[in-house]
Design a protein around this ligand. Sequence first.
Ligand SMILES: Nc1ncnc2c1ncn2[C@@H]1O[C@H](COP(=O)(O)OP(=O)(O)OP(=O)(O)O)[C@@H](O)[C@H]1O
Ligand SMILES: [Mg+2]
Length: 329
Amino acid sequence: MPLLSVLSLCVQYQTAQGTVRAVDDVSFELEDGETVGLVGESGCGKSTLGKAIMRLVPSSDGRVVLDGQDITSMPNAQLKSVRKNMQMIFQDPYGSLNPRHDVGTIIGQPLSVAGWSRRDIRDRVTELIRQVGLPADAERRYPHEFSGGQRQRVGIARALALQPKVIICDEPVSALDVSVRAQVINLLQDLQQQTGVSFLFISNDLSVVEHISDRLIVMYLGRIVESGSGEEIWRQPAHPYTLALLAAAPIADPRLARGRAKQVLQGELPSPLNPPQGCSFHERCPMARERCGKERPLLRKVSGGRMVACHYDLLEQPAELPRVVSVAS
Ligand SMILES: Nc1ncnc2c1ncn2[C@@H]1O[C@H](COP(=O)(O)OP(=O)(O)OP(=O)(O)O)[C@@H](O)[C@H]1O
Ligand SMILES: [Mg+2]
């Protein structure tokens, strides 16, 4: 049984302009000790999906099962056990820490909610501060006294406090300088080795998640368009949107860069208030045919563990590749 199962989850926001389908029929699983990378452009619904799994925003349909327990309609009073097992590191290390609380209070907050004694909290906070590599005197200092990378370490320590089984990492390094990104990612990987925690790792940059993820999920306008092993997707994407994301990602290895498009995705993400008919990517897709504007492709298994939502995917139609990729010189 997977540690976390997300089944046909939907989240809608009611706005003055209408209903935003931010997450639309998303299903995936996360195993013990596994890292699943979740990628897609800004606004495609990554944070909303993370928050809905955590029950921080309500879902309109679907289910979330954590460790065999359906948490979707669990009364709020019972959510304590969920909070113990599942935590989130937020996208913004500046906004997500209460500026009026010292770091010790912030890191210890989940412990005090869980009813730990003051003494136990103090001991655990000291241990966490050491574990995430913050200075020993961090406990009595305030968030504004720390750099972005250090603040994200505070967020990581808080997420680790109750030894959760799952941590949803929402773009934990996007707000950080490139120079400290690798440090924070290495820290997360070390912590995973030590504790066996599973990560849902959200990013809008495929090159960040590709090498740390066991599996990748690519989202477009609230829906999964491709999923599979990171290595396979990196080597040969099946969905034209994934190919476009790959083309936009910086490629460190020149062997991989050869023959890969340099062009960036054309056009803007359509409004989720008024998603296109048929395949939601068809207006931007260089491979689109008549059918794509009429019929929405279902997410289907193509090979091994790979799933793709495309009528004419690139694994079946490799001959299409030259039309999509303008070969890099
Ligand atoms: N509280 C809200 N009320 C109404 N609409 C919202 C709300 N939060 C998000 N949205 C909309 O839902 C969609 C998904 O937003 P979300 O923040 O989940 O995207 P994201 O993939 O995390 O983007 P980013 O990479 O910029 O963080 C967007 O169209 C966004 O405008
Ligand atoms: Mg987000």
